[in-house]
Design a protein around this ligand. Structure first.
Ligand SMILES: *Cc1c(COP(=O)(O)O)cnc(C)c1O
Length: 611
């Protein structure tokens, strides 16, 4: 079983000896890396970062555009910036800046905080672009960045911002930021994130406003600072067609604005949108283009339009975030419990004389075989309903009910083992949906997969080992929040995830959640006060294996309360006071209790079982 690795894996991982391994020279198994880290006492979910996968994405982007430029003899330059909003965690940003240096890879900021981060971290001379709504202060900050020597472009979203820029430029020193205009396209993206483009979009200048902006810039003597037009048709663009339409529109706007006297306008910024293949279970890819095709289309279309309109071929900027960051992070979480594992034959407490429905269930259980498995399973499910109804009416007691539940689950298990996971049979899949095993997993979906909760974005999930054994149980995954939304249900059509029947008393079982490096970390929320998981950076060395670096332990309980502006000293004092006032225990016990409480407060809140 390869869990769709061929669809979403992009050759980043291979299965070797039943384990998921990094596809590097020495192929270390992820589970070995995890056990290595856990041997130092770390428990709960772990976020692993792989810088070699960041590098791979950056190299792919630059090499594909450089190749396309050569192929079409394109005269403009190619530039890329990383949009900070996609992942601002230092464990990621420091890597991207370090790896990007060789390419002059820059940063994109969408807020004051992000701009300050970019001003501190960006490589010298690498471009900074600023998008999003701006006030006086943010614009001032942009000027300060230029005065510090940054190569910065402020992209304005509306005419008011332009007026503020004009005013500010009169008040400040001489190096000034470049100005970009975000254009409002009539073409839109597609898919669930498509709201950023189109005539009704939240962002950008209409054609009337563009004309006004150019006239204003000319009048104020700032036209030479106008160097870029920008658009962003939305994230996760699965089809290439909307991008082509947008490029054609933008290319023509570029040429027209130059003809109006914007002679320093030399760049088109395509924003982000380059899609990631998350598809784990479909027959084929959801993204209908490759990066090669994307780069070819951009270069070819912009060249064609520029040539048709006898204008210079524009420099190309892209702001891909998801594509660059998604593959680098893998969340690993231990399975804590299989819910049906409490239903064992030893727990049956059959009486000398049982109600007929229980006796029938027992017969089904002892006589089930491959030939009658489906039929018996159907019967078991309806018998269980019968038992529960009889219990409500007072005809059977709690022992009968318990026997009924145990027998029904034992039958389900036997049936599933008998018919395996032949997904071709729709009937079987429907049954598997009914008898799914619930895996309790030590993580918070709200913290670590918010896009599944909010947008039903699926992320590839697979066990880290036992991949040479058939996984027979249709699985739904439950997180440890006490919110019933914290579940990834088995869905025969969309999400037929099968996992192994494991005995957690005897062995551990870890699940990997892949492609979680984009958006999930910072969108993650502290529902139930679960926090960002412990993270570690894994360097794959030339000399063989791997090196675990920068382990950052999950915030402790006092930290998270402090983040919420609780007075943590007051909390400690109050707990202390309550214990010392208690008359229920003696002084020695009080000391011990206090010590225990302080340990809890200085630890993180994830579950700490053996798993
Ligand atoms: C969000 C955003 C991006 C990044 O988009 P991805 O789909 O993650 O590549 C780029 N540019 C702008 C202006 C954005 O708002």
């Amino acid at each position: 079983m390869n869990y769709g690795l061929n669809l979403w894996g992009d050759s980043n991982f291979v299965i070797d000896g039943g384990k998921v391994c990094l596809n590097t020279d020495y192929k270390p198994a992820i589970i070995d890396i995890v056990k290595d880290i856990r041997s130092d006492g770390y428990r709960g979910p772990l976020l692993l970062r792989f810088p070699h996968l960041i590098k791979k994405q950056i190299v792919q982007i630059y090499s594909n555009f450089e190749r396309a430029k050569r192929e079409f003899d394109y005269k403009g330059k190619f530039n890329a910036v990383y949009p900070l909003k996609v992942n601002q965690y230092p464990g990621f940003v420091k890597n991207i800046v370090h790896i990007g240096k060789a390419y002059n890879y820059g940063l994109e900021a969408g807020s004051k905080a992000e701009l300050l981060l970019a001003m501190a971290y960006n490589n010298d001379n690498a471009p900074i672009t600023v998008n999003g709504f701006k006030d006086n202060e943010l614009i001032n900050l942009g000027f300060i960045a230029a005065e510090m020597g940054h190569n910065i472009t402020l992209t304005i979203e509306g005419l008011n911002e332009l007026k503020t820029i004009i005013r500010t430029s009169k008040e400040r020193f001489s190096p000034k930021p470049n100005i970009g205009l975000r254009i409002r396209l009539h073409s839109t993206g597609s898919g669930i994130w498509a709201k950023s483009g189109g005539i009704n979009s939240k962002f950008g200048l209409t054609s009337t406003e563009l004309i006004e902006a150019v006239n204003l810039l000319k009048k104020e003597g700032l036209i030479d600072y106008f160097t870029m037009i920008h658009f962003h048709i939305g994230s996760q663009i699965n089809e290439i067609h909307p991008l082509k339409k947008a490029l054609t529109e933008a290319g023509n706007i570029y040429a027209e604005l130059r003809k109006m006297g914007a002679t320093n306008l030399r760049a088109i910024n395509l924003g982000g949108g380059l899609a990631v293949e998350y598809n784990q279970f479909g027959e084929e890819n959801v993204r209908n283009y490759t990066l090669k095709e994307y780069a070819n289309d951009v270069v070819y279309l912009l060249k064609t339009i520029a040539n048709q309109k006898s204008e210079t071929e524009p420099d190309i900027f892209i702001e891909s975030g998801r594509f660059v960051s998604a593959p680098h992070a893998v969340l690993v979480a231990p399975v804590l419990e299989l819910f049906s594992q409490e239903y064992t034959e030893e727990k049956l407490a059959l009486k000398d004389s049982n109600p007929p429905v229980i006796s029938e269930l027992y017969d089904l259980y002892t006589n089930i075989k491959a030939a009658n498995a489906i039929e018996y399973l159907h019967d078991a499910i309806s018998h269980l309903e019968g038992v529960l109804t009889l219990f409500d009416l007072g005809y059977v007691d709690l022992i009968d009910r318990s026997n009924g539940e145990i027998l029904a689950h034992l039958i389900m298990k036997k049936a599933v083992a008998l018919f395996g996971n032949k997904q071709s049979n729709a009937e079987l899949l429907k049954l598997q949906e009914e008898v799914q095993e619930r895996y309790l997993v030590n993580f918070s979906m709200f913290q670590s997969l918010p896009d599944f909760w909010g947008l039903e974005q699926n992320f590839p999930i697979m066990p880290l080992d036992r991949l040479d054994e058939k996984a027979t149980l249709s699985a739904s995954i439950w997180d440890i929040t006490c919110d019933s939304d914290g579940e990834i249900g088995f869905d025969a059509k969309k999400n037929p995830l099968f996992l192994h029947d494991v005995d957690l008393e005897k062995e551990q079982y870890f699940l990997g959640f892949f492609l979680v490096g984009a958006y999930q970390e910072v969108l993650g929320m502290s529902h139930n006060l679960f926090v960002h998981p412990t993270e570690a950076t894994i360097l794959v060395g030339e000399n063989g294996g791997y090196e675990v670096k920068d382990i950052l332990e999950s915030q402790n309980i006092l930290d998270i309360l402090d983040d919420m502006d609780y007075d943590v000293n007051l909390i400690k004092d109050t707990l202390n006071e309550r214990i010392s006032k208690s008359e229920l225990v003696d002084e020695k016990a009080k000391k011990q209790i206090l010590g225990e409480l302080y340990l809890f407060l200085s630890d993180n809140g994830y579950l700490k079982t053996i798993q």
